[in-house]
Design a protein around this ligand. Structure first.
Ligand SMILES: Cc1cc2nc3c(=O)[nH]c(=O)nc-3n(C[C@H](O)[C@H](O)[C@H](O)COP(=O)(O)O)c2cc1C
Length: 331
């Protein structure tokens, strides 16, 4: 049974990647994931604000001794007040991770504004990362902001990051563009080698005790896989980039469905936070059993088999499936 796949040009023993979460923050965590069978990991993100805060701290230090260094720091945006400041420590941990494991390590950078922080991916390269995952999360709160400007912001950031590094860059997209397929193509045109479908927004809530808004990291279930299946089936064979499922991959059925819809690999965060690294071994076991039963000998054989590649009129197919789903419902 051949579970091998290729993602971002990296040869993986199987399609299971541990996605960015607190479970992928340290070398010890990542070693446990490797031991359980993860084929690659995405390290917990370094945030644009951490880079800016560190640059501001350095700026402060340098200008306390001499006035003349400030211009070299101009390309960093203004610092915000951010607690978790230590970008340098993040890089040291990345280097430690690379020394501890044999599987590919994808460093993750998370930002929202075009700017000099994108240059920081060079440091990932120096620390030994095998690839970069870029998560752009921008909430356009100004009602006057045009959708095209939002798209342009994503395009500019992807361009800046791809220009700054020779490493393959995957973009963790969200599904909320008016035309996600065209957006995907535009990101690939800027140099993205892969698309992660999709990021999952944090959950908005209101605390009725403190009467304040709260945002919480969102632990998903398999139900959340739907948009990933839809868009990977649409994008399969239409963009010159690797595709990776993210959001809602919890069990082996989810992995198989994602592969059939056209992804090259899958990422899991919630499932590993809920069940621990040992979950990976179980999934691999169940995948093998299912593939044996259905007489699949490789992941490659399955990939994209239930995509929209052979559908003559995908728009009409989507519309008719939608109508059928609503009209055939019986209580
Ligand atoms: C507690 C927690 C922390 C996360 N941290 C990051 C992060 O640092 N960077 C990132 O790109 N995504 C982060 N994510 C998002 C996950 O990588 C993933 O995209 C999302 O949870 C959907 O996948 P899932 O259904 O497997 O959880 C985090 C998710 C959770 C639950």
């Amino acid at each position: 049974m051949n579970l091998q796949t290729t993602y971002l040009g990296l040869k993986l023993d199987n399609p299971l990647i541990a996605g960015a979460s607190p479970m992928t923050a340290t070398a010890d965590d990542i070693k446990r994931l490797e031991d359980a069978g993860a084929a690659a990991v995405v390290m917990h993100s370094l945030f644009e604000e951490q880079i800016a805060a560190e640059a501001a701290a350095l700026n402060h230090f340098l200008s306390a001794h001499t006035e003349s260094y400030a211009e070299s720091l101009d390309f960093f945006p203004e610092s915000g007040s951010f607690d978790n400041v230590n970008a340098e420590a993040h890089l040291e941990e990345l280097a430690r991770i690379k020394r501890s494991v044999d599987i590919p390590v994808i460093a993750s950078i998370n930002g929202a504004t075009p700017g000099g922080w994108a240059e920081y991916v060079k440091r990932f390269e120096q620390a030994g990362a095998d690839a970069v995952e870029l998560n752009i999360t921008y909430i356009p709160t100004d009602i006057a902001t045009d959708g095209r400007d939002v798209e342009q912001r994503y395009i500019d950031i992807v361009r800046d990051v791809c220009r700054a590094t020779a490493l393959p860059v995957s973009v963790k997209m969200n599904a909320y563009f008016s035309a996600p397929a065209q957006m995907a193509a535009k990101l690939v045109a800027q140099g993205a080698s892969g698309l992660v479908l999709f990021d999952n927004p944090v959950r908005i809530d209101i605390d009725l005790e403190t009467l304040s808004p709260v945002q919480r990291a969102n632990i998903t279930g398999s139900y959340a896989l739907s948009e990933t299946l839809r868009w990977s089936a649409i994008l399969y064979d239409h963009v010159n980039a690797s595709l990776c499922a993210s959001t809602g991959v919890h069990n082996s059925d989810d992995v198989l469905k994602a592969l059939m819809s056209g992804v090259d690999a899958v990422q899991m965060a919630s499932a590993l936070l809920l069940h621990g690294p040992g979950h990976i071994a179980k999934l691999l076991d169940n995948m093998r059993k299912w593939m044996e039963e259905k007489e699949y000998s490789s992941v490659a054989q399955m990939k994209g088999s239930i995509s929209l590649r052979h559908t003559d009129n995908p728009d009409a197919y989507e519309r008719s499936s939608y109508m059928r789903a609503l009209q055939s419902y019986r209580r």
